[in-house]
Design a protein around this ligand. Sequence first.
Ligand code: ADP
Ligand code: MG
Length: 255
Amino acid sequence: MSGAGSPGGAGTPGAAAGASLSIHGLVKRFDDLPVLDGLDLEVPPQGVTAVLGPSGCGKTTLLRILAGLVPADAGRIEGAQPDQVTILFQEPRLLPWETVRANVEFVLPPEWEPGERAAAVEAVLADVQMAEFAGYYPAELSGGMAQRVALARAFVYPGELLLLDEPFQGLDLSLRLSLIGVFERLLASRPRTSLFVTHSVREALLVGEEIALLSARPARILENSGNDLPRGERRLDSEAFLRRERDLYRAISAV
Ligand code: ADP
Ligand code: MG
């Protein structure tokens, strides 16, 4: 999880070199329940790979293994080191007794100087339009505001790999679209490799440069291909988007 890192450069374009990630033959069981069944996935450096799979297929388990939170039973992971990995969860997971500012600052490495810490926190809070709420406590925030803070915390530190576990799931459509916009802007200024897990075809098409389709549990990759929708067509009112959405639904329903 986000920990050590070299000071300086947070927020500087190109500061974080995104790691590539290679997953080979990952296997995981919980007692008698097979969850991952020899999963292979190549994640290119930088950019966003969307991992699209049905509820309960093993997506969170995959991310927890990649973050070093649970061990795999078999398989190999090459690329990002656990101390270069950040996770953004479905719920914001802010510390209720700390302010917005302190919630973002606490992930910075201890060796960063106070002035540098303050500057990095203020800059990222401005980027998520939360600067004026820096002194608020989590209980005073709406769900969308809290998830903006969680995004700021995920990006303030220049980690190589960001794992997103259905981060906008509980929010209504307009909030989700606005948070996807915030995520993309943060990614442009603070590039890193991102694995964006979702069960929403729409969300995968909106955020993913690559889209990996997972099977039902035990999960394996059914298909992994580039998102051929041009950036400008990644809008819910685009004909090309609707066609691609329909094709992906068909691909999922056919298995
Ligand atoms: P997803 O995130 O795709 O919805 P999960 O990875 O959370 O799926 O869970 C996959 C399966 O593994 C589910 O059937 C879930 O009940 C089971 N599972 C997840 N974590 C544990 C655990 N710690 N112990 C036992 N079973 C678990
Ligand atoms: Mg999950």
